[in-house]
Design a protein around this ligand. Sequence first.
Ligand code: ADP
Length: 349
Amino acid sequence: MNKNHYIKLLKLWFPFIINVFITFTITYITTLIIIFIYAKQDSLPSPSMGFTLIIVISILIGLFFTIFIGLMIHNFIKPINKIIESAEKVAKGDFSIHLDESVHKEEIRDMYISFNKMVRELNSIETLRNDFIVNVSHEFKTPLSSIEGYATLLQSPNITEEERIEYSKIIIESSKQLSSLTGNILTLSKLETQEILPESVHFNLDEQIRQALLILENKWCSKNIDINLDFDMCSYYGNEKLLMQVWLNLLENAIKFTSNGGTITASVKEHNEYICITISDTGIGMSKETQQYIFDKFYQGDKTHTIDGNGLGLALVKRIIDLYNGTITVKSAVNKGSTFIVSLPKNYN
Ligand code: ADP
């Protein structure tokens, strides 16, 4: 028999042992009291019938208390046992447990309400975890199957030179997609558990956004997108790599969702306590419903997945801005373009 078994046995027999103990004590005390009363009246009954009577009365009183105290202990232990049983079920992964909150006793009701709340929280964490795994597997499946498919086609001896180039291009694109996906997942999971900011330096924020635009030059040039800049010169103390990621993701989205010949406007304005950065585009815009979810992991407004992306870009942006105690908001309307407004406090510690 292991330790748990003994604990279970003790839990089961504990109320019974207490009850028997109390009953014996009460019967004993009652007998003594009755004998004491008789002795005081100087009329001790004859041993033949008197003591039998005393014992019967004592047993009856003891029995009454046994039932009474038994019921009390039962009522006291019942909700605790219910919680223990429910907690055991939750530990085994059953999150459908719900304790009835309409009990009369206030303390028990509070305990049940807290327990139900805990189960709901655990359930939502579990759902998030499962959703995350489903999303990751789903995002991996598409590029992996196209790599497999086109690599198989490449093995065929009858393909033309153009086909070979085209298939290789698709394989390279899909590999890049996978690499960006794994990179984003790793960065995001690292940032989610991180509260201390990685090494910080002083740098020019306006210069950094110019650099981000240079990195993306091929993309906006190939779509003939006009770029307007309205930058104050301003210095910021933070992690350059993380903040570069913010501007790259926001600008990449602006380019991606803006059609040929559109315009992107970026501004950096320094205020006393914070720096305000806005990135606007004249692209497809977003409905109010889409705007609610854009910062969620794996959310993509375009459900057909025809536009490149994995829905992690803005989740990363939000997490980085949160780390700097900043805010990010969006103003947008369908076919009217979008404006992302980032506010970074200068003193975020
Ligand atoms: P991804 O771009 O990989 O789909 P993001 O997390 O960067 O993922 O963006 C989430 C969603 O937000 C996009 O799928 C898109 O629907 C919407 N979105 C983001 N930026 C813009 C923008 N500038 N214009 C229109 N929609 C946008």
